[in-house]
Design a protein around this ligand. Structure first.
Ligand SMILES: [Zn+2]
Ligand SMILES: [Zn+2]
Length: 340
């Protein structure tokens, strides 16, 4: 999950960021990128220099440059919060991530005045001066109020800070709960095994159909299979299919392969469930029934076969699932655990 935060000074966005950081979010500040650039250029990081560096960066590389620079740190296995977005180009850059969401933290003028006054009281005068400096630096790299307004209007989620800190935290918790539901769907057992069947289908070698099958008993995988050639016969996707009567004769179907692999290892599939990407062909349904499969779970219907009729006659339960997220796409580059 990648949360972009936008909000005016004193709106409470820093409170939200602090709260989310305590909840395990990694915070990234676009203004830090200006400081890093200043270090790179051996420029002293005082206010005027930072303002100048920020303006030059944007002139040379475009308004989205600060967002571009934090991209490589936005790993998929962590939750991130980015503050603070001030132009549409930054929104565009971060919107490339499927799990990006923009949140605007808003407060009316009175509330913002109170927040800034409290901030002044909490901080020593020196610190408050630094705070005001930071404010100016951030504003300087995009002084256009209209642009900031556009960013606010783009935000899918608006958190209104109108009462106490605790009330603000409650609102953030609610937003997080909703986002977790949206982004992190925990698959049911059926979805889990069907997805494994999809993964198995990726190993298919017959281009006529990619199909996967997983045999499961007591939540344990007994065997997996996919549409592939008999050993030693070469792969259809390399040497072409061996078609007779409109069927590829070289291919052993996913269900058959799974049953055979279970047999080779001496695992009984009696009473097991077959998770299959597609409804079986007639022959595979016969084999599954005879092997004692009691339930079949599929994603999609198959063409016209006798499988449904045979399964029904044999008392095999058929469940067709519509899986909410059909795409299994792991971008391993974005997982820190997959990096060296
Ligand atoms: Zn083939
Ligand atoms: Zn088959």
């Amino acid at each position: 999950m990648i949360i972009g935060i936008t909000g005016k000074y004193g709106s409470g966005k820093d409170t939200v960021i602090e709260y989310l950081t305590n909840k395990g979010f990694q915070a990234h500040f676009l203004s830090d990128e200006i400081k890093k650039e200043a270090r790179r250029r051996n420029v002293k990081a005082n206010r005027d220099n930072l303002i100048e560096v920020g303006i030059k960066l944007k002139e040379k590389y475009g308004a989205g440059i600060l967002a571009e620079r934090i991209q490589s740190r936005l790993t998929a296995d962590k939750k991130h919060i980015i503050s603070s977005l001030r132009n549409m180009q930054e929104v565009k850059v971060l919107s490339r991530h499927p799990q990006f969401v923009l949140i605007a933290v808003i407060a009316d003028k009175q509330k913002r005045y109170e927040m800034l006054k409290n901030k002044a009281r909490e901080d020593s005068s020196k610190k408050f001066k630094q705070f005001l400096d930071t404010k100016k630096i951030e504003e300087s790299y995009d002084p256009d109020e209209k642009e900031l307004k556009k960013v606010h209007q783009t935000a899918k989620i608006v958190i209104k800070n109108e009462s106490t800190k605790e009330e603000l935290y409650k609102k953030v918790d609610q937003v997080l709960a909703d986002l977790n539901k949206q982004f992190y769907h925990r698959p049911s057992w059926d979805e889990y095994f069907l997805k494994l069947a999809m993964l198995a289908s990726e190993r298919s070698t017959c281009p006529r159909m990619h199909c996967g099958c997983v045999l499961v008993k007591d939540k344990n995988v007994l065997a997996t299979g996919y549409n592939g050639s008999i050993p030693g016969a070469g792969h259809c996707d390399e040497i072409g299919c061996l078609v007779v009567d409109n069927h590829c004769q070289r291919t052993v179907h996913a269900e058959m392969n799974a049953l055979i692999r279970a047999a080779k290892r001496g695992s009984s599939v009696n009473g097991a469930t077959a998770y299959i990407t597609n409804m079986s062909c007639t022959n595979c349904s016969k084999a599954l029934i005879t092997a004692g499969i009691k339930r079949v779970v599929i994603f999609s219907d198959f063409h016209d076969t006798l499988a449904v009729k045979f399964f029904t006659q044999a008392g095999v339960k058929i469940d067709k699932l519509s899986v909410p997220r059909r795409i299994i796409d792991y971008d391993l580059e974005s997982y820190s655990s997959a990096r060296k």
